[in-house]
Design a protein around this ligand. Structure first.
Ligand SMILES: *[C@@H]1O[C@H](CO)[C@@H](O)[C@H](O)[C@H]1NC(C)=O
Ligand SMILES: *[C@@H]1O[C@H](CO)[C@@H](O)[C@H](O)[C@H]1NC(C)=O
Ligand SMILES: *[C@@H]1O[C@H](CO)[C@@H](O)[C@H](O)[C@H]1NC(C)=O
Ligand SMILES: *[C@@H]1O[C@H](CO)[C@@H](O)[C@H](O)[C@H]1NC(C)=O
Length: 367
């Protein structure tokens, strides 16, 4: 059994974070950059055995392990502290104080028990090379104060049944750094834990609860449904991957930019299309989002005004004007939407309608 304590509290002092990110702006040449001549000796990267020093659990009954801090808000004034205790929940209190005052404050966290397959517990990996990388980072005289980690953490999924002991060992391995400075994470493909052989058939699962956040709105840059002759079908590979999820989980609205004009779609989906079945026309679908292209802010590149003709059926309204829109969410069922072109007075609505929430009030919106 594993328990995870999670505590978050506010700092009275701003903590400064230096990002270990280099920006290299080289000369712009069309014949590419440089290929380093360094060639690493070919050798296998092997995981450190489970009884390695870096995986050792702390001594003592129920001692907190896998201690981990990370940034707790967007302005650098809060910290989230988490740890694992293996015998019982134990205390969920964190003592903290500022550098200049020794007056200790207490934050109380919550306890979560986690389970995976038949295990209840608790791009670095945990090989000897991972240990070397972490050591080199730690020993670098230019002491980093925070780590941006772009995914692929433990590689537990390389083991039969995605052996989750490797998650715990990994967290004990990185504790020596993550307990002392914020690591800010992105999940990588090795965090998906897609494993049909042990009954885990879904690589992505919904994160939000529609009862708590009733409106599901997606923002992206490149539009999927766009009838302008600019960036046409550029979002296609992304659409093929994600549109079935959008329809299944009833995304209400999708806003995109990229095309410098305005367009609103019908509720349509094109999930039946599989390249060879010929069903390549988007069909009306009341479970599908409305797609709104609103890249009409008015930038230096000018308006997109060349449209494909005739206007496709999926396109409900399109106009090559600059403007803005207001989405007025009234409650969990109703939202009023209006788009305002810059050439009119502020309050003039050039395109407007009611949206009904797809989860809580899936009323047919087609007119
Ligand atoms: C989990 O299941 C696998 C495969 O059935 C088995 O080899 C392993 O011992 C089990 N682990 C636990 C902790 O029960
Ligand atoms: C990992 O690196 C640390 C620090 O360099 C070292 O003390 C430890 O022995 C290494 N462990 C393994 C298993 O390589
Ligand atoms: C509009 O786009 C189409 C398709 O790319 C192109 O054939 C046509 O010449 C363009 N029209 C103008 C006026 O640029
Ligand atoms: C939600 O808002 C709409 C529009 O203002 C209103 O007609 C409807 O009665 C509201 N629903 C609830 C449950 O308040």
């Amino acid at each position: 059994m594993g328990q995870m304590g999670l505590s978050s509290f506010s700092f009275s002092m701003v903590s400064y974070i230096i990002l270990v990110l280099g920006l290299i702006i080289g000369p712009l040449l069309c014949n590419g950059g440089k290929t380093s001549t360094f060639v690493r000796k070919v050798e296998k990267t092997v995981d450190m055995p489970l009884d390695s020093d870096v995986f050792k659990a702390p001594p003592g009954y129920n001692a907190p392990q896998q201690v981990h801090i990370t940034q707790g808000d967007q302005v650098g004034k809060a910290v989230i502290v988490s740890w694992v205790t293996v015998n019982e929940p134990g205390s969920s209190e964190v003592l903290y104080w500022s550098e200049i005052s020794k007056h200790k404050k207490v934050a109380k966290g919550k306890v979560v028990t986690y389970t995976y397959f038949n295990y209840t517990s608790g791009d670095l990996g945990q090989t000897f090379d991972s240990n070397k990388t972490l050591t080199h980072y730690e020993m670098n005289p230019q002491k980093g104060q925070a780590v941006l980690f772009v995914g692929d953490l433990s590689y537990a999924d390389n083991y039969p049944n995605h052996d989750n002991n490797r998650w715990d060992s990994w967290a004990r391995f990185v504790e020596r750094s993550v307990a002392y400075q914020p690591w800010i994470w992105t999940a990588g493909n090795h965090e998906l834990d897609f494993a049909p052989e042990i009954g885990e058939t879904k690589p992505f699962k919904p994160f939000s609860k529609r009862s708590e956040t009733p409106w599901l709105i997606v923002l992206m840059h490149s539009p999927w449904y766009n009838s302008y002759n600019y960036h046409y079908m550029e979002g296609e590979t992304m659409r093929v991957m994600y549109e079935p999820l959008f329809v299944k989980y009833k995304v209400d609205l999708v806003f995109a930019g990229h095309v410098h004009a305005y367009e609103r779609s019908e509720r349509v989906s094109n999930v039946a299309y599989n390249i060879i079945n010929g069903e390549c026309m988007p069909v009306k679908d009341q479970s599908a989002p409305v797609y709104i292209t609103i890249g009409d802010g008015g930038n230096i590149e000018g308006l997109a005004n060349n449209m494909s003709e005739p206007q496709p059926a999926y396109s409900a309204y399109r106009e090559a004007s600059f403007g803005h829109a207001i989405l007025d969410i009234k409650n969990r069922t109703h939202a009023y939407y209006s788009w305002h072109r810059n050439d009119d007075g502020y309050a003039v609505e050039a395109d407007s309608l009611w949206f009904f929430n797809r989860q809580w009030y899936p009323k047919d919106e087609s007119h």
